[in-house]
Each structure stands twice: as structure tokens, then as C-alpha cells.
Design a protein around this ligand. Sequence first.
Ligand code: LMR
Length: 393
Amino acid sequence: MFSAIDMAPRDPILGITEAFNADQNPQKINLGVGVYYDDNGKVPLLSCVQKAEEILIATPAPRTYLPIEGLAAYDKAVQELVFGADSAVIQEKRAVTVQAIGGTGALKIGADFLKRFAPDAEVYISDPSWENHRALFESAGFKVNNYAYFDAATHGVNFAGMIADIKAMPAGSIVLLHACCHNPTGADLTSEQWTEVIAAITAGGLVPFLDMAYQGFGAGIAEDGAVVRRFADAGGPLLVSNSFSKSFSLYGERVGALSVVAATGEEAARLMSQLKRVVRTNYSNPPVHGGKVVATVLTTPELRQLWEDELAAMRVRIKAMREEFVVKLAAKGHDFAFVRDQIGMFSYSGLTKAQVEQLRAQSIYAVDTGRICVAALNSRNIDVVIDAIAKVI
Ligand code: LMR
């Protein structure tokens, strides 16, 4: 039977890392995958993570199975981070959280859960969205549609189109939204626009699913999480996937979570029982280490402060790179001022697929759509990137 199986296409993002890894050029630059590199071009090992690991090593523990829903201290810390410790959904025990295998794992648990209980609903994702959103929800069995989002002319959000599309969705539809630092465009909604979106989603009886993989890379941890709290205040249903891959630089540990907001505490208990079934039939229970590290940092005041400072430093460095990118391209006669206004790790640069291919021929890797990871620029490689971009446009 295997002889009839076709070759699958290369993953649009991780496939670029594969090509990058195979490139023998020592000067190669990877602006493809969403990974934060420091100014030396290295993925940082955060001090808060190292200190948490020292604490864990000082108190060695056997590696038993975690509960299906994950480490209790982790789930609690995630809930408090995502919704705010004083939020009504936590006080009223209406939020349930399961530890997940990264943000992607959280989305998959949510997708499988929704397919089981809303099998006829359709999913709507932004146009464009993270490359894996469509594939992930389709593989869970959903029909996936787009809602208007990016306006290539302004490099910002086509809000009129977006809100019109949301208002036209049938009740019960699942709307995937990026809580902050929109991936791939870097174009976020304003607070006033979120107010309209929340009202339209509530009035339309839609199911919001917020994906928050970049909390802290926009304006700050609380600022970026504000939209989740506003959705929670609007009442359920609500699903939130979050990830610590980027904000803790813990990519390979696969640390994320799915939180679901129910109408009552009793409903929440039933939802948790079903989420556990989804986890159990996929991978049984999550791994221990990353969850322990994150829980230790979030619940130890000095480490928590250290994490907030380290995350702020990453955010500030990305903003400085945006500024330098704009200024250096302007000096070569190219207007990329919009990159300054974009938020988070990415810029939808406007480079065409052909231009991206020309860059790749010079060992500079970006996503075919023109998405570049600004967080991979540094003082050593930025001039090379600027020269190459100026040549291809
Ligand atoms: C990205 O968008 O590059 C990251 O979220 C990594 C991934 O898994 O695609």
C-alpha cells in the first residue's frame, strides 16, 4: 500500500529551516521561522530558566506520569497569567486549563474537542494567517474559511472587510483570532477595533478561539493579554491557546496550554473531563520538564521579575531592529516605514515570492509569502540583509 503514497509538500515554515540547515554557506541567515535570536545570532537560554533549572536539580524528583491535564501548578499559573488572578472566570471556577505540547498542541486539542461537540461548525481564520492554522483545523476535519484581514496597500488591517465578514458568519462558527502580534503580518487591531470585534462575535453567537503565541512581544505582558481578559469578561464560550516557546525561549521543550471558558463551574468540570479524553487519546499526558520550569518561574517572585525583564529586553531589541531596518532601507531609497508600525516578531515585508527566491539564492531565508522574522536580525547581519533586499527590489 505504501507504494501509492505521494511525497508531501515541504512545510512552508519549518521546511525553510530544513533548507537553511542544509545550506553550507557559513554566512547564511534564517529570517524564516519565528524564533528570537540575540544580537550574537544565538537563541538565548534565559537566566530565569537557568535559575529555575538549578532549583529543580537541587530537589531531584522521579519522572512519574503527570496528570492527563498536566502539572497543577503550571495550569494554575497559566490561568492567572492569561486571565488575571483576580478575574471572574477564575474566581467562579469557569476556566479550565490543560497543559499542551506547545501552542500547536494546544490548538490541536482545541480543534479535536470542538470537532467532537460542534461537528458541523466551520472555522474562520484571518487572510492571511499562520501557515499551520488552516492545515491543523482541516486535519481535525473542519472546513476552513478566511475572513478579510490584511490590506496590502496600507500594510495594516482591512478592518471594514474583517468586521463585515465576522457579521456574515453563521451562528456557531469558530473564529480563530490572534490575540497579539499577528502572525504573519505584524498588523494588530486597535483597542477600539477589538471592542467592535468582541461585540460582533458575541451578538453573532460565534465561538472565539484566541491564539496567543507571542504574549509580551507587543506592548507588554499585561497589555498583550488584555484582549483575552476582555473576551472572558464578555462571557463564554472562549478558547485560548498560549505558548511559552518564544516568551521563555523554550522552543524545544514544547510548553503551551489550552484554556476554555465555560458558562458555569459545573459546565467547566464537564469540559475538563472531555478535554482530558482528547489529550489521553492523542498523547496520554504531557512531558514534565518544561511545565515545571515555567511554573517555577511564574510562581517565584524574583524569577518572575527576571523573566519579565528578560522578555522586555527581547521586545526592545526587536523594536530597535525594526527601526534600523527602516532607516537603513530609507538610506538606500526604499520606504519600509510600515515595518516600524508592525508588532511582534514578524513583518509582512511585501517581498514577492520571486524576490524571496532571489534572497534564498544568496543564503538569506524568508517565508515565500514575504514574511520575515525581524527577531532574527542583529547588528552583524542587518547590513547584509539590507543590501540583499535593496538589490532584489
Ligand atoms: C512560526 O510561525 O514561524 C513559528 O510559530 C514556528 C512554527 O511552528 O511555525
